[in-house]
Design a binder for this molecule. Structure first.
Ligand code: GAP
Length: 456
């Protein structure tokens, strides 16, 4: 079976309307991408799957939509203003900028720069004369910490303006609304707040298509609990993440846990779920035991008590938080790699097929008149009927084989073909994308046939 490279997938996404280069007609903007009509639907279906898995089927689980722009004090409290940075250095020869940890990890994958201090990284780079990936010389500046948050100005004039930031993670919106959600939902610990939303990071390293972008979407889930419950919940979310990815259609052997040795300033334990991309293993989810760090800091900086009062024990305490965050754009990418296949057929023919789970497919059913002149009217009537319930397409251009292939390549799980039997006996053909099997059934039964085929 053909292995698709990142370049293959980029070409596929652009050709079929999944993902386009950001600001393409202006030559693009590094590490930005726009989702096309099919990519947008696909992404929305993944969001629905996440909602099903994390909100709908759970008790005490609430969704939030907090603002991207927040009071700057939030980022002081969270530690992002002081510590959310990458160690960068410049090549004096060709003037390109690089991340010190990446230079080391790419030079020697055993070196583990993640556990080194800034001084240790600089020493390692100099001692090993690590070459610049662009020009090959080894002449770097000192390492400087570069904050990843995008700042903008709030205010009418520049002089009177105050800096505000595009959020680098969704999480803080959930934390500052912890009391609001608890009060209005009349809930008790443990409970969860989930949110799907954009985050922004001034990433300078090459993006690997949508793997690393400066604007991306996260599906975050925060569980507020009492101390002592945190460790079991942390383990639970680690394995629930694998279940979620398997549900989306990722093979178990393409997933692994990666426990962190070097922890972020807020975490007591952290673990990623990684997917095996063509460029190697890459993080698609992060689960952290954030302890009571965040709420304690927000209590301190806001002056507002964020303590929880437990009626049974009459105890007051700051809840612990277990966070499990999913990178939506990386999941889109992983699922496309997982599903796209070039299949060998009989007589040396091949077809490209996107074997997405039917629930995630951007288009569910493709309605086809066998002969446009004769069958279009009935086919359009069936198309309009199905359209009320599902995302359906209608295709009357070219021979039927080509039209089946057009549905296969974008992952449409079913095709309904209208022919003379439809006009005379009310019978249509339903073709299945993966097996290419065809069944005949009365079109009056289409609704019940499709009823349990899609979850979202
Ligand atoms: N609130 C915790 C948090 O933001 P993170 O590990 O920095 O944790 C969570 O990010 C997820 O967001 C990652 O697992 C990844 O899937 C995604 N992500 C992070 N940076 C990204 C970027 N520059 N481009 C695309 N996705 C990114």
């Amino acid at each position: 079976m053909k292995k698709f490279t990142m370049e293959d997938l980029m070409a596929y996404c652009s050709q079929y309307g999944f993902i386009f280069r950001g600001s393409e007609i202006y030559g693009g903007l590094a590490n930005t991408w726009d989702y096309g009509p099919l990519g947008t639907r696909f992404k929305n279906n993944i969001k629905d799957a996440w909602r099903y898995f994390f909100i709908q089927t759970w008790d005490n689980s609430y969704e939030l939509d907090s603002d991207i722009l927040m009071n700057p004090a939030v980022w002081e409290a969270s530690g992002h203003l002081a510590g959310f940075s990458d160690p960068l250095l410049d090549c004096r020869s060709c003037k390109t900028r690089h991340r010190a940890d990446n230079l080391i990890n790419e030079y020697n994958s055993e070196a583990n720069a993640d556990t080194m201090t800034q001084e240790e990284m600089l020493h390692y780079i100099k001692e090993n004369q690590i070459p610049c990936p662009k020009c090959g010389k080894s002449d770097f500046t000192d390492i400087r910490q570069f904050n990843l948050m995008f700042a903008t100005q709030r205010g009418v004039t520049e002089e009177g303006a105050a800096a505000i930031y595009l959020r680098p993670e969704n999480a803080q919106g959930e934390y500052v609304n912890f009391l609001n959600v608890m009060r209005t939902m009349r809930t008790k610990l443990p409970f969860g707040i989930g949110q799907i939303g954009k985050a922004f990071r001034n990433e300078i390293t090459p993006g690997n298509f949508t793997f690393r972008t400066i604007e991306f979407e996260q599906m975050e889930y925060q569980t507020f609990c009492r101390k002592g419950e945190d460790e079991a919940l942390y383990e639970y979310f680690k394995s629930y993440g694998i279940q979620f990815f398997e549900f989306l259609g990722i093979k178990t052997e393409h997933l692994r846990h990666h426990d962190h040795e070097k922890l972020a300033h807020y975490a007591k334990a952290a673990c990623d779920i990684e997917y095996l991309f063509p460029f190697g293993w890459g993080e698609i989810n992060g689960t952290h035991n954030r302890t009571d760090f965040d709420l304690t800091r927000h209590q301190e900086y806001s002056g507002k008590s964020l303590e929880y009062f437990e009626e049974e024990t009459k105890e007051k305490y700051i809840p612990y938080i277990i966070e499990s965050t999913y990178g939506l754009d990386r999941i889109v990418l992983a699922l496309l790699f997982e599903a796209l296949e070039e299949e060998e057929l009989e007589k040396g023919e091949t077809r490209q097929v996107l074997r997405l789970s039917p629930s995630l497919a951007p288009v569910k059913i493709n309605v086809l008149p066998l002969i446009k002149k004769r069958h279009a009217e009935k086919a359009l009537e069936i198309y309009k009927g199905l359209k009320r319930k599902y995302m359906v397409s209608y295709d009357d251009a070219g021979n039927i084989g080509k039209r089946y292939r057009r549905g296969d390549v974008i992952g449409t799980p079913y095709a309904v073909t209208v022919d003379d039997d439809t006009l005379e006996k009310g019978i249509v053909t339903v073709r299945q994308r993966d097996t290419m099997e065809q069944i005949r059934l009365p079109y009056s039964e289409l609704e019940s046939y499709f009823r349990d085929k899609f979850q979202f």
